[in-house]
Write a protein of this length. Structure first.
Length: 298
């Protein structure tokens, strides 16, 4: 649900800009604000997961997500007569949803560590993490389908609010424990994790971690760029919103398939480093090919 709300407008950026009488740059900020907020709030989300617990983090995320999705709907309610202020209600709603994103994105590793034995953690983390690109997939397919014309923007916002409200209700009522009654492994029972600030300082001094963080950040940046701007890149060359959304969906589907197969592979072989290097090389090659093919010379 969080990732759906993030990229709600990216596949229909041109129609959103026309409906709210704003520029494409302002529409892009509805996606970019997620990344901007996740930098400082990511540290807060990590502290919440470590200190307060998984249950509180998930419930807080669900409530932020639901509140943001409802505030977004205020921007299209005619009886409020917001006029030029309607975009800012949309933006504020996106900001609240953006606060929820780090809590959800950082949860899979904590979930795998607390609720699964050692030999199942990579697979559990992979399956939980796959829900994030699944939300992106749905947004890329659903937004162009719901908005053939700009006047259907209110319908789209209403449809996207439904899973956010549902998820909030399920999280609030259905999650009762922050840890399982019986620990799945010895490592889950005896946690060796450092206090938050101590662990953060140790990570900043860890050279392999810094290298991995930079590489992973580059991969996330590339994925985010394609997800948020693919419609504008392709539509400028004459393609439709539906075609751009289909490409975004295929981009995500291939990632889901690769993540699933790779998760099973590394769980059995433990070849994390080799797999990571190969994946980054393939990503770099694919980016170069896309840049060459989409250049003005072609």
């Amino acid at each position: 649900s969080t990732l759906q709300l993030w990229l709600t407008f990216a596949p229909v950026a041109d129609k959103t800009a026309a409906y709210f009488h704003v520029s494409l740059e302002m529409v892009n900020w509805l996606s970019i604000v997620y990344l901007l907020i996740s930098i400082p709030f990511g540290l807060v989300a990590t502290w919440v997961l470590d200190s307060v617990g998984l249950r509180c983090a998930v419930i807080l995320s669900a409530w932020l997500n639901m509140t943001g999705s409802i505030i977004r709907m205020f921007s299209v309610l005619k009886f409020l007569s917001l006029g030029s202020q309607s975009y800012w209600y949309l933006f504020i709603g996106q900001c609240l949803c953006a606060l929820a994103q780090p809590l959800i994105i950082f949860s899979p590793t904590k979930l795998a560590a607390l609720w699964f034995p050692d030999h199942q953690r990579a697979t559990a983390n992979m399956i939980a993490s796959m829900s994030n690109p699944l939300g992106i997939l749905i947004a890329n397919v659903l937004s162009p389908a719901l908005v053939p014309e700009g006047k259907h923007i209110p319908l789209m916002l209403g449809v996207y609010a439904i899973p956010a409200v549902t998820a909030c209700a399920l999280a609030t009522v259905g999650i009762h424990e922050k840890v399982p009654p019986t620990p799945p492994s010895a490592s889950a029972t005896n946690s060796t994790s450092q206090p938050f600030l101590t662990g953060l300082k140790m990570l900043l001094r860890n050279k392999p971690y810094i290298i991995l963080a930079v590489c992973f950040g580059g991969g996330i940046g590339m994925f985010t760029c394609f997800s948020a701007l693919l419609e504008q890149i392709l539509c400028e060359k004459g393609y439709s919103n539906e075609f751009a959304g289909l490409n975004g969906a295929l981009f995500t589907v291939c990632g889901l398939l690769g993540a699933f197969l790779l998760g099973l592979y590394v769980d059995r072989t433990r070849k994390f480093i080799e797999s990571t290097k190969i994946c980054f090389c393939l990503s770099a090659l694919a980016s170069i090919v896309f840049a060459v093919v989409s250049s003005p010379l072609h």
